[in-house]
Design a protein around this ligand. Structure first.
Ligand code: FAD
Length: 135
């Protein structure tokens, strides 16, 4: 099955508490390795930007499940493609919370100062996620 990458943007809803974020990360740790999925989840307390990479069928299944999760809304597909390599292969789901670095990189990879993943192209979103998840 083809190695696939999926990137989407979404917005937190009032149903998403700190416990909700912990639950998301626990589900990712529990489920993603079983299906060969890796990725990164960036969250600034307002928007999410997530990259999922792995075999196509589990990515599709997970994206359907994620799309109907009430902890976020405005789930918007940014990129879906077959790819030749993983960029986040060390992590079942690397979590990147809000930081000064995130704001600096948001300016580099979008047309505004604030982290707003709806304003990033697919190429910018991937480059942003690679930069923000590196040490
Ligand atoms: P249950 O209903 O208890 O169990 C899930 C069942 O589905 C298990 O049998 C499991 O083996 C199976 N399963 C799990 N994943 C897959 C798959 N990919 N393909 C086929 N079968 C599968 N959840 C994640 O698991 N990973 C994430 O990276 C992730 N990211 C999220 C990001 C955001 C912003 C949000 C809002 C939610 C995210 N979630 C993620 C949570 C997701 O929406 C579901 O709540 C969660 O996947 C349910 O998992 P569970 O183990 O609690 O579900």
């Amino acid at each position: 099955m083809y190695l696939t990458r999926l990137i989407y943007a979404s917005s937190k809803t009032e149903h998403c508490t700190d416990k909700g974020i912990e639950g998301i990360l626990a589900a990712a740790e529990r489920n993603n390795p079983k299906y060969g999925l890796t990725g990164v989840l960036c969250f600034n307390r307002k928007h999410f930007l997530q990259c999922l990479e792995g075999p196509r069928d589990p990515i599709n299944t997970l994206y359907q499940r994620i799309s109907s999760d009430s902890r976020h809304s405005r789930v918007t597909l940014v990129e879906y493609c077959a790819t030749e390599q993983r960029f986040f292969d060390q992590w079942a789901m690397k979590y990147v919370p809000d930081s000064k670095k995130m704001q600096t990189l948001a300016f580099r990879y979008s047309d505004c100062n604030d982290f707003d993943p709806y304003r990033m192209s697919a190429a910018s979103a991937l480059a942003f996620l690679q930069a923000v998840s590196s040490q």
